[in-house]
Design a protein around this ligand. Structure first.
Ligand code: ADP
Ligand code: MG
Length: 240
């Protein structure tokens, strides 16, 4: 794989759920070292988009191509996308289940817990039991750090986190990003962007990216909410 390929690129992604088009043509390129925030109201199709990018079988692409480090992965199953460096929480499960290489996952995880000086009791509990929502969010980030992805898709990572957990998660994201790793941070809230500084902000409404800009766009959303952009977008749609 040559160096000049972006870790992630997609072109004209359309997704239908039960014959209703929910994602209506999304193109996005994320270079190494870039954090892109995808922000939009609830129900706008953000999760549908990231699930489809990951290859979730319930979300059918009706058009579009997906590239990881320049390789077309559009036809590959989730665990193969994961092996090529795409990270999403659901994909980690797929990878552990389907990939024989990942049988060492638990061992590596415990070693990682030791390195991070996390209580061994906590590590044992992770391997054996379930966790609360906030703990799971932290572990997603830990898993991400271990898997060394090329592109991390993080959906609503800030929801349900108290401020301490939010800071831990944010620090994790900031640690993982480097010149070969890109991040797509999907969120309804502006809050996490106080800790993770996006290079680009995309506003997502009605299944489309309707605005793209820098961090100032997130600041504008915090001040004004989604209403103003919503109104502007619907006016343009009326004229067209
Ligand atoms: P967001 O993540 O932006 O809140 P979603 O992608 O979850 O939005 O949902 C977008 C739309 O698709 C909503 O109208 C939702 O009801 C619908 N939807 C999402 N997932 C499913 C599903 N598995 N089955 C049926 N409808 C779904
Ligand atoms: Mg969602």
């Amino acid at each position: 794989m040559t160096q000049d390929h972006a870790p992630f690129r997609c072109e004209d992604i359309r997704v239908a759920i039960e014959s209703k088009e929910v994602v209506k043509g999304v193109s996005l390129s994320i270079k190494g070292g870039e954090i892109h925030a995808l922000m939009g109201p609830n129900g706008s199709g953000k999760s549908t988009l990231v699930n489809a990018l990951m290859g979730h079988p319930s979300y059918t692409l009706t058009s579009g191509r997906i590239f990881i480090n320049g390789e077309d992965v559009t036809e590959l199953p989730p665990h193969e996308r994961s092996r090529r460096g795409m990270f999403l929480r659901a994909a980690v499960k797929a990878r552990v289940k389907d990939d024989p290489e990942m049988k060492t996952f638990r061992k590596t995880l415990i070693a990682e817990f030791e390195r991070l000086e996390i209580d061994p009791a906590f590590a044992t509990r992770y391997v054996n039991d379930g966790f609360s929502g906030g703990e799971k969010k932290r572990l997603e980030i830990l898993q991400m750090a271990m898997l060394k992805p090329s592109i991390a898709l993080l959906d609503e990572t800030d929801s349900g986190l108290d401020i301490d957990a939010l800071q831990i998660v944010s620090k994790g994201i900031n640690t993982v990003v480097n010149e070969t790793v890109g991040v797509l941070l999907v969120t309804h809230y502006q809050r996490i962007l106080n800790f993770v500084k996006p290079d680009f902000v995309h506003v997502f409404m009605g299944g489309r990216i309707v605005r793209s800009g820098g961090p100032e766009l997130a600041a504008q959303l915090e001040k004004e909410g989604y209403e103003r952009i919503e109104k502007e977008v619907s006016q343009v749609a009326e004229v067209a």
